[in-house]
Design a binder for this molecule. Structure first.
Ligand code: NAI
Length: 464
């Protein structure tokens, strides 16, 4: 079958960019991205394409190309479902905050709501594509809901997990290492549905990079990929602590190790710890699944990746306090960067939030500058932790518009995000305008250690 109309439920960091690229590459297919969040949809429709709600290099140009032609953003979920031959579910699947599996399992309530809505509205056959990251065997639950509450139409469920990384989403979508499509390989209808999705990606992705598997392999591959990626970060971060006490340099170790072709050089950068909406939640979910099958050793093995990451964030913050003569009470600490990585405005699970929280508990005064994150978001992130009254966060944390303002008269600076512009800062002037001794903590190994020391900074970098 040839797909003519696509609906994507969820206009977030995944739904927005993936559907924009599909629309750009498949001009004969109408793509409608829907969301319950009216503000988000209004921003996607903003006349000025630079005001779309997600910052990703190259994204506004893709949206400008396709929007209004065959790419639409809407809050009318029912209408888009009704019209579509293929429906992507790209809603959030955060860690559960209540009940059984609290703090571990993925909360599938938004997925189930989507399934029930699709079942209620659909009066023609639909291909339903899991784009969200889901626990292995979720497709079975979706199928049960669709078949038992639907109007007697046929639903084919596919798993098509997304491997894009925020900050490079458009490049990743245009040139994916692979596209993974899981489906029912045992029936003709299942195979037809998979082919329909293969045909969409084949507009721009070489056939050799489009993998088809059974549904369970596809669902589990996404969790596995994120677990392996996060494990590399925790592995090098564990080594960074050992480097600090032995005089080894973690960059040199990473380079030497990464030149082994079996290991490879990517994703071996020590840092203050990984953040982002996915790694932690997906590993916790993996741990939960393993435990639920009684696989305790498997669960413990992966849980350690998270414990190491928590430790890395905590020890970075603790080192600031220790270095500043065991007290930061009333001291001004400048945080450069709030986003969980450069080139995104996403702050979910960012290390900066936890480091700030730790320092606030020590009564520090914090001044934050991030080129893309709003003041509103920074306060929302801190308020969400519930560590102190919201007013207190507003009293102790200031958000400013330049790095210069953030660093003036600071006791210490912490580099939290590896934004390119932080390398270009006039560090000489920053040094002159700080209180002395001028402490600089590089949580991203971004700055030149020798240069910073020559300027007079008391310089601390992870793993050095
Ligand atoms: P997000 O939170 O940015 O977007 C999800 C959107 O879905 C929200 O705007 C929300 O309002 C909307 N939504 C929720 N329930 C809805 C409903 N019933 N009807 C209509 N809209 C609804 O989340 P994000 O980051 O896009 O992630 C989505 C999924 O993709 C998650 O499962 C995540 O694990 C996965 N993923 C995320 C990646 C990332 O880098 N952010 C990468 C790969 C996968």
């Amino acid at each position: 079958m040839k797909v003519k109309n696509i609906c994507c439920i969820g206009a977030g960091y995944v739904g927005g960019p993936t559907m924009s690229v599909i629309a750009q590459k498949c001009p004969e297919i109408n793509v409608t991205v829907v969301d319950l969040n009216e503000k988000r949809i209004a921003a996607w429709n903003d006349e000025d394409v630079d005001n779309i709600p997600i910052y990703e290099p190259g994204l506004s140009a893709v949206v400008a190309d396709a929007r209004g032609r065959n790419l639409f953003f809407s809050t009318d979920v029912d209408e888009a479902i009704d019209k579509a031959d293929m429906i992507f579910i790209s809603v959030n699947t955060p860690t559960k905050t209540y009940g059984i599996g609290k703090g571990m399992a993925a909360d599938l309530k938004w997925i189930e709501l989507c399934a029930r809505q699709i079942a209620r509205v659909a009066t023609s056959d639909k291909i339903v594509v899991e784009k969200s990251t889901l626990p292995v065997r979720t497709a079975q639950a979706l199928k049960n809901i669709l078949d038992n509450t639907g109007n007697g139409v046929n639903f084919q469920i596919l798993s098509n997990p997304e491997f894009l990384a925020e900050g490079t989403a458009v490049d990743d979508l245009l040139k994916p290492d692979r596209v993974l499509i899981g489906g029912d390989l045992d029936t003709e209808k299942g195979k037809d549905a998979m082919q329909a999705l293969v045909d969409i990606y084949a507009h721009w992705v070489p056939q050799a990079n489009i993998l088809t598997t059974n549904v369970w392999s596809s669902e589990l591959s996404k969790l596995t990929a994120n677990a392996f990626l996060a494990q590399r970060v925790s592995s090098i971060n564990a080594m960074s602590e050992l480097c600090e006490v032995t005089g080894a340099d973690v960059n040199e170790v990473a380079k030497a190790v990464g030149m082994d072709s079996r290991i490879g050089p990517k994703f071996l950068k020590a840092s203050v710890g990984f953040g982002g909406s996915c790694f932690q939640k997906d590993i916790l979910n993996l741990v939960y699944i393993a435990k639920s099958f009684g696989l305790n050793e498997v669960a413990d093995y992966w849980e350690q990746v998270i414990l190491m990451n928590d430790h890395q964030k905590r020890r970075f913050a603790a080192n600031i306090v220790k270095t500043l003569y065991n007290t930061v009470s009333g001291k001004k600490i400048s945080m450069l960067g709030w986003a969980f990585k450069k080139d995104t405005n996403d702050t979910r699970e960012a290390a900066s939030i936890y480091v700030a929280d730790y320092l606030l508990n020590e009564q520090a005064e914090i001044v934050v500058y991030d080129p893309k994150v709003t003041e509103e978001q920074i306060y929302a992130d801190l308020d969400y932790l519930g560590s102190r009254p919201d007013e207190e966060n507003r009293k102790l944390v200031k958000v400013v518009n330049t790095s210069k303002e953030a660093c003036n008269e600071a006791h210490a600076i912490a580099v939290m995000t590896e934004w390119d512009e932080f390398v270009e800062i006039d560090w000489q002037t920053v040094y002159e305008n700080m209180l002395k001794p001028a402490f600089l903590f590089d949580g991203r190994k971004l700055l030149d250690k020798h240069k910073m020391k020559d300027l007079g900074f008391k310089f601390y970098a992870i793993g050095n």
